[in-house]
Design a protein around this ligand. Structure first.
Ligand code: MG
Length: 387
């Protein structure tokens, strides 16, 4: 029986992690549930899974949550500090880190510092502070297990391989809703961008998938997770979204990871690792597929991917700046305040204004994050005035 904490339990990854826990009774004990603000759903989950702790990020909702879960006799913790406290409890085997955006970073560090194994679904910590995360995990003997599907694929492919035998890591992208888009990119609406052809995900990551910023962030994430420099990472567009990752060996041989597009698979592997559990998930039917296609990415229409590679090369505080500026820009786009093509414009502008710190501390990174958010808002405002 593994004791788990689910941070971001009311989001799409968190809900799926709980589906896995429900699917395998006797395998997982949910001891901590944490969410940002959806106390109604959090309380329902608490009633079902009976954890020892529930934590709410938005501290102003704590008293309401306490009333909702009062009959359960569990502990309610609040704010970032409360979540940090919850992940440090003894005998916790795995912390699933799935809080959207940069707010997951401190709880993740708290878990690693306490020597807990972490399954990371939110890519921001691995993008912003990936090297620090990996260093700290190595120091504490904690495992960092990826949930992001491409990284889960790479992780499964790389297991047991000598690093010196690896030539290249290849991540695939379905291309999102605007692969081979014939229309004007400037006029793309949030509704269009939210219609992802292959994956059902939260709104922020769906926008990132439409701009290909998601893949840019994933390049940085992969480089940090596996200690492979960005020049040995490649992105391929693969609209069928069956092959999630490939590795190329120095002798020219390739291995590929294939599965249906269901986030439950990478989530379950991180939860069951090093074992595997059978499940009722849909199976891959290769014979029913007519073809597999692969394309080089179109960096002209999707400059976010180029910016991702640039930030990966520059490293230091630049990935945090890219991530923060993008978070602001994606949000403004979702609210209808800037256009689709303004997203990379805002990000590139903020990156160009940043004074890079090459070997940053966590506080340097958090400062760069804050700075980039302000700059992105300021620049987006200017862009709006000139529209
Ligand atoms: Mg992914």
């Amino acid at each position: 029986m593994k004791s788990i904490a689910v941070l971001g339990s009311t989001g799409s990854i968190g809900e799926n992690a709980l589906v896995i826990a429900r699917m395998h009774p006797g395998q997982f004990k949910v001891r901590v549930l944490a969410a940002r603000k959806n106390i109604k759903r959090l309380a329902e989950q608490a009633h079902e899974f009976r954890p020892d702790y529930v934590a709410i990020y938005d501290a102003s909702l704590a008293s309401q949550l306490r009333r909702e879960v009062a009959p359960l006799g569990l502990q309610v913790l609040e704010g970032e500090k409360g979540i940090c406290e919850a992940v440090q409890i003894p005998d916790l085997d795995l912390v699933i880190s799935a809080m959207v955006g940069a707010r997951g970073i401190l709880p993740l560090f708290c878990a690693i510092r306490a020597g807990k194994n972490v399954a990371v679904a939110n890519k921001e910590p691995l993008v912003m502070a990936g090297k620090l995360v990996m260093e700290e995990a190595a120091k504490q003997g904690a495992q960092v297990l990826p949930i992001d599907s491409e990284h889960s694929g790479l992780w499964q492919l790389l297991e047991g391989k000598e690093k010196g035998t690896i030539q290249k890591l290849i991540l695939t992208s379905s291309g999102g809703p605007f692969f081979k888009w014939a229309g004007d990119f400037e006029t793309i609406t949030p509704e269009q961008a939210l219609r992802h052809p292959k994956w059902k995900m939260g709104p922020k990551i769906t926008i990132d998938s439409a701009t290909l910023m998601n893949k840019g962030l994933e390049v940085i994430e992969a480089s940090n997770l596996f200690g492979i420099p960005p020049e040995r990472l490649e992105v391929l567009i693969h609209p069928e979204a069956i092959v999630h990752a490939l590795i190329e060996f120095v002798d020219g041989s390739h291995l590929a990871h294939l599965s249906v597009t269901d986030m439950k698979l990478p989530i379950q592997y991180a939860m069951s690792y090093p074992g595997r559990l059978s499940n009722g998930c849909p199976r891959l039917d290769l014979a029913a597929l007519e073809k597999f296609t692969f394309f080089a990415p179109d960096l002209e229409h999707f400059p976010c991917l180029r910016l991702g590679f640039e930030a990966a090369h520059a490293d230091g505080t630049l990935p945090a700046v890219l991530n923060a500026a993008n978070e602001v820009a994606a949000e403004l786009f979702l609210k209808g305040k800037i256009t689709f093509t303004d997203i990379p414009r805002v990000v590139e502008k903020v990156m160009s204004l940043h004074r890079l710190i090459s070997s940053p501390t966590l506080s340097n990174i958090l400062e760069a994050d804050e700075w980039a958010r302000e700059e992105a808002l300021r620049f987006a405002d200017l862009a709006r005035v000139s529209l």
